[in-house]
Ligand binder design. Structure first.
Ligand SMILES: Cc1ncc(COP(=O)(O)O)c(C=O)c1O
Length: 390
């Protein structure tokens, strides 16, 4: 009874791990959502908006107050001011934003370049939009890309490149030089850049986020995607947005209108206030996640994993070979059922699944108490798994 397109992709591995975690009472470090409260001011603003009767459809491309706030926020952090009337569309999360961006710009068969490991939604997004994905590996140990390999992936058939920095799952933050390499290729091959910047404010150490639309000649060929989910710990609100030149925005708004009509109206009002939070909020966010990163890094290292220190976002890719393990899915299931901590098998982030076969991904978007408990459980790995490495 099902349409062929449903066979083009499998069920989300992350959600499957979440189910498995619940079944075994394991701590869920698979799915990237906070288990701690959203800021009070954000919650109060939502309650207030409902009381004030912002309860009917907002304008399909987003409440004016929120589009204005996105424009102000873009000026504040990136130094340019997109026109709220013609360049900003509010969506149901970055998830809908990516789908709408691809549906609005890609004809079936057009090539779209994606770095791997990638956020798992990009594959079904491509399947639905008809994009033909061309993968370029982020290479270990530091998850950087080889500029020549990237160049080789571009061709006259390239419609767009999807960039996600800070990156899920690798924790990599691309440098200015890397962003300039990508931008130069987009200009040379007349390609679009669709940039998923949902972790733009979650950065560690000296790393800075370069928003590619700010590079010369890029604003007119970039669709910038972000949202409230990660920065304000409100993944359930489903508020995201796209910034794109007017002619692209026209197409995006049409797709968005018929996909979802609009994002939740009262939550758009609350989101507008959140985007104006002062610098202290953003500093605290980095400090909060920096501390969580350190707790999980230490726990994983002490348990025996080999880990790459994330520069941004809130995930750690861990190598399972020190335990003599060679199959990520088997190891993830073992960790969930026997140790009580659920990760995501690494292969789910690669088109060539072999590249992720010896990795699992953990999120640290959890309270320090949850993370400490997870680390205590992971410490048992030292005794439970025979390690030829030790
Ligand atoms: C890279 C990336 N993009 C998008 C999303 C989804 O964002 P939203 O909740 O705004 O749909 C996630 C969530 O994990 C993500 O990791």
């Amino acid at each position: 009874m099902l349409a062929d397109r449903t066979k083009l992709f499998t069920e989300s591995v992350i959600r499957e791990m979440t189910r498995l975690a619940m079944m075994h009472g394991a701590i869920n470090l698979a799915q990237g959502f906070p288990d701690f409260p959203a800021p009070d001011a954000v919650k109060e603003a939502a309650v207030e908006a409902i009381r004030a009767d912002h309860n009917q459809y907002a304008i399909t491309w987003g409440a004016k107050r929120l589009r204005d706030a996105v424009s102000r926020k873009t000026l504040r952090f990136y130094g340019y001011e997109p026109d709220p009337e013609r360049e900003i569309t509010v969506s149901c999360g970055a998830t809908e934003a990516m789908m709408a961006a691809l549906l609005a710009t890609v004809n079936p068969g057009d090539e779209v370049i994606v770095f791997e490991p990638f956020y798992e939604n990009y594959v079904p997004d491509a399947a639905i939009s008809g994009a033909r994905l061309v993968f370029v590996p982020l290479e270990e140990p530091d998850f950087s890309f080889d500029p020549e390999r990237l160049r080789a992936a571009f061709s006259p058939r390239t419609k767009a490149i999807v960039v996600n920095t800070p990156n899920n799952p690798s924790g990599r933050v691309f440098t200015r030089a890397e962003m300039e390499t990508i931008a130069a290729l987009c200009r040379e091959f007349d390609a679009l850049c669709i940039t998923d910047e949902i972790y733009e404010h979650i950065l560690y150490d000296e790393n800075v986020h370069i928003s590619i639309a700010t590079l010369p000649g890029m604003r007119e060929r970039t669709i910038t995607i972000s949202g409230l989910s990660k920065t304000f710990s409100v993944t359930g609100w489903r508020i995201g947005y796209l910034i794109a030149p007017p002619e692209l925005t026209d197409g995006i708004r049409k797709v968005h209108d018929f996909l979802t009509v609009g994002a939740p109206a009262p939550l758009q009002e609350a989101a507008a206030g959140a985007l104006d939070f002062d610098d202290a909020f953003y500093d605290d966010l980095r400090a909060l996640y920096g501390a969580k990163r350190d707790v999980l890094m230490q726990g994983l290292t002490e348990a025996g994993f080999e880990v790459v220190r994330p520069q941004g976002a809130y995930y750690i890719m861990a190598d399972i070979r020190p335990f003599g393990a060679t199959d990520d899915t088997e190891f993830a299931r073992f960790l969930t059922a026997e140790i009580g901590v659920a990760p995501v098998p690494g292969s789910s982030f690669y088109s060539n699944q072999e590249l992720g076969r010896t990795k699992v991904r953990f999120t640290f978007s959890k309270s320090e108490e949850t993370l400490q408990m997870a680390c205590d459980r992971l410490a048992r790995l030292r005794d439970r798994v025979p390690s030829p490495a030790r």
